[in-house]
Design a protein around this ligand. Structure first.
Ligand code: XIL
Length: 374
């Protein structure tokens, strides 16, 4: 039996025992995660790099579970452009082709972000920067016109600690584009591809910590001002890089969702994973704790009609950005973190089963009319 067929039949779960692959006795759903999400009008997907997506186990897992594809790196400005000549769209095109081959929706990520601004523009004059950012946005949107479900127009411009700047991050974007002109990015994007939904995307809003509360307040203030002036924004993208060391309150998250919904926005969970850097214990205990937070988070999200999709940031623990050398906190025991639904071999972890159960048990449908307050 092909591995893909095997994974399909077992819901992606198997054990390697004495060199033999043995199905776990627990019955597994045959439906993939996106199929389950569609039951309530939602979509489920993954961020990928082409170099991982065409190898096992990621390839089979995407075939079984992906209804949305985001390019982890390939659509970022600094990845496709440098000083030397025309932008290189090859990796972005590969991700676009992957989404088409899977019949998955494509998320565009991201048109403007301080971290993906090409280095050669950091010291540009403001007029030069505005011309370059505008041309980049228009060219990239033109290339993918009609094929993008949602574009992340603007990424991570909030820094609640920047009290002197109304909580707006001070960066190359604020300096050379201007915080008061962020809405203009959405206007340019709407004109470039009217068929794409337009999102603002950010992190650190999902958990129950004072700094998250501060970030939520700044965000809501910023969105209120944008909506008042008629900014064409459709979606709030919540990255949801969750962390076991932070508290979680479903009640507070749902109150925040209501606030977003009141602005007429739908909500997309755009970069979900769960860090377990500071959780003690063995792998089994860590996996249970990670699964429990996934359950609480997913159950809350799926109980709200404005939540329209859930996208994981990478597919397996082996390809997770969190385990790459330069990404954040390391575990003191030196072991890699276990932030995703599948382990490095592509085997389903407890978190896969809780997410499957949350999707399977969901009854509240995504409802754009309710989401847009209509
Ligand atoms: C990350 C990638 O996963 C890393 O490989 C890269 O080094 C930096 O960017 N928020 C975002 C994503 O919006 O684009 C980031 O992706 C993760 C945090």
């Amino acid at each position: 039996m092909l591995r893909r067929e095997f994974l399909r039949l077992t819901g992606g779960t198997c054990l390697v025992h004495a060199g033999m692959v043995v199905a776990q006795t627990q019955p597994q759903p045959e439906e993939g995660l996106d199929t389950l999400a569609r039951r309530t009008g939602r979509r489920f997907g993954f961020a990928v790099q082409p170099s991982h997506a065409d190898k096992e186990p990621v390839r089979s897992l995407l075939q079984q579970h992906a209804g949305v594809i985001t390019a982890e790196l390939a659509m970022k400005w600094n990845i496709m452009s440098n000083l030397l000549g025309a932008p290189d769209y090859r990796a972005a095109d590969q991700v676009g082709a992957l989404a088409s081959s899977l019949g998955a929706a494509l998320r565009g990520h991201t048109l403007a972000w301080h971290q993906s601004t090409p280095a050669y523009l950091t010291n540009a004059a403001p007029e030069q920067f505005v011309t370059a950012q505008t041309a980049h946005l228009q060219a990239l949107m033109q290339r993918f016109k009609g094929r993008i479900h949602t574009w992340d127009v603007l990424n991570e411009v909030i820094d609640a600690a920047a009290a002197d700047h109304q909580g707006m991050r001070q960066s190359v974007l604020s300096r050379l584009w201007g915080t008061d002109r962020y809405p203009a990015l959405f206007e340019l994007a709407r004109a470039a591809d009217p068929s794409a939904k337009l999102a603002y995307n950010d992190y650190g809003m999902e958990q129950d910590e004072p700094w998250c509360e501060a970030r939520r307040s700044v965000l809501l203030r910023m969105l209120e001002a944008w909506v008042k002036r008629g900014t064409p924004i459709d979606v709030m993208g919540l990255q949801a890089h969750l962390d076991l060391s932070r508290r979680f309150s479903a009640q507070k998250l749902l109150r925040f969702f209501n606030d977003l919904q009141a602005f007429g926005l739908s909500i997309q969970i755009t970069e979900l994973d769960v860090r377990d850097a500071s959780n003690p214990g063995g792998v089994a205990a860590r996996d249970e704790a990670v699964a429990a937070l996934y359950k609480d988070f997913m159950d809350a999200c799926l109980s709200h009609p404005a939540v329209e999709m859930v996208v994981m940031w990478n597919v397996t623990d082996g390809d997770s950005w969190i385990n790459r050398w330069n990404q954040g906190q390391r575990r003191t025991d030196g072991l890699p973190q276990r932030p995703l639904l599948f382990d490095a071999q592509g085997l389903a972890k407890p978190a896969f089963h809780t997410v499957t159960a949350s999707l399977g048990d969901a009854t509240v449908k995504f409802d754009m009319k309710k989401a847009s307050n209509g």
